[in-house]
Design a binder for this molecule. Structure first.
Ligand SMILES: Nc1ncnc2c1ncn2[C@@H]1O[C@H](COP(=O)(O)OP(=O)(O)O)[C@@H](O)[C@H]1O
Ligand SMILES: [Mg+2]
Length: 299
């Protein structure tokens, strides 16, 4: 995972609305108000719409940060698909298996529910269908359960998380697990599929983030919006402008469309390993470097 994948996009501080459409190209927007993250950091990849690119974003950012030398853990917050748990192939030891559900029900610690994956530098807290029990049994303190589990883990490790990055893959709903993830996170990363947009959905996500900020997690901020399966269109251009207005402090990153992105999960590999030359591999690599720069670069 050492080589840098894909061809690179230009990074700009403002989009030039005057550029004629035929000259319009994907560019990464890093506004002057943007602040890069520093490790240790907890991210939640959130959008209540299914098919927005959450799981793909989680895997590719995790792989990019692992390649940059960070110790990365991903958390599968989606009981409906558990796509992350399938894609990254958790390596279970013999004996009973824990999952994110066990953490919510106080059956184990977060560390005990964390397993290695097939990929060096990436560990996982897997999930299965039984995570849905959190939504209907509502265990005591569920909204705070992930934040508490992370804090407890850091305390046991001498005050600092054993992971530089924890990335929570969100569910296609704004249920209890999503609220718990937003409550535990420093930063939300929002993938929006170009072409799959629904404005109402964007507004309700915005409201949920605002109420989490007011009630359970004042430090939460939106670090980046990723425009997934990006293709040049008038619509993509309007969407990009809207997002930059809605989240003025966030980086806005186009992730270009490629069939390679859809093939990678079937090959059980991140895109950057399966098809390092594919545009999304490069775009996610750049996104990762903008959101949380590599250690040397961060100094
Ligand atoms: N850049 C991309 N180009 C083409 N297809 C993509 C891209 N990113 C994601 N996809 C595909 O879109 C679908 C939904 O992505 P996924 O990450 O599973 O979304 P979510 O987790 O939000 O439901 C998947 O089939 C995935 O392979
Ligand atoms: Mg998913």
């Amino acid at each position: 995972m050492t080589s840098t994948p894909g061809d690179r996009l230009e990074i700009v501080t403002a989009w030039d609305a005057a550029t004629p459409y035929r000259e319009w190209r994907p560019e990464i927007l890093v506004p002057p108000t943007f602040r890069p993250a520093a490790a240790p950091r907890v991210f939640v990849v959130v959008n209540q719409k299914g098919g927005a690119g959450k799981t793909t974003t989680t895997v590719e950012l995790a792989a990019a940060w692992a390649a940059a030398g960070y110790r990365v853990r991903v958390v599968d917050g989606d009981h409906q698909e558990a796509a992350l748990s399938v894609w990254l192939v958790p390596q279970y030891p013999d004996g009973p298996r824990h999952s994110l559900r066990s953490v919510f029900f106080d059956e184990c610690t977060l560390t005990e529910a964390t397993y290695p994956t097939a990929f060096e530098g990436i560990d996982i807290v897997p999930s299965g269908l039984d995570l849905a029990r959190v939504e209907y049994e509502r265990p005591i303190g569920a909204e705070q359960a992930l934040a508490a589990a992370l804090a407890q883990e850091a305390e046991q490790a001498g005050g600092r998380s054993p992971y530089d990055v924890t990335l929570i893959d969100g569910a296609p709903s704004l249920g209890l697990v999503t609220v718990a993830a937003l409550t535990a996170a420093d930063e939300a990363l929002v993938p929006i599929k170009v072409g799959g947009l629904d404005m109402k959905g964007m507004a309700s996500l915005h409201r949920t983030i605002r109420s989490v900020q007011r009630k359970t997690n004042p430090k939460l901020r939106v670090g980046a919006v990723l425009l997934t399966a990006w293709d040049k269109s008038t619509f993509a251009r309007q969407l990009a402008a809207q997002v930059a207005e809605d989240y003025p402090e966030a980086a806005v990153v186009p992730i270009r469309r490629s069939v390679r992105a859809a093939e990678a999960p079937l090959a059980e590999q991140p895109i950057r390993l399966y098809a390092p030359e594919a545009a999304p591999a490069g775009d996610y690599d750049q996104a990762a470097a903008v959101i949380l720069p590599a250690k040397e670069a961060a100094a």
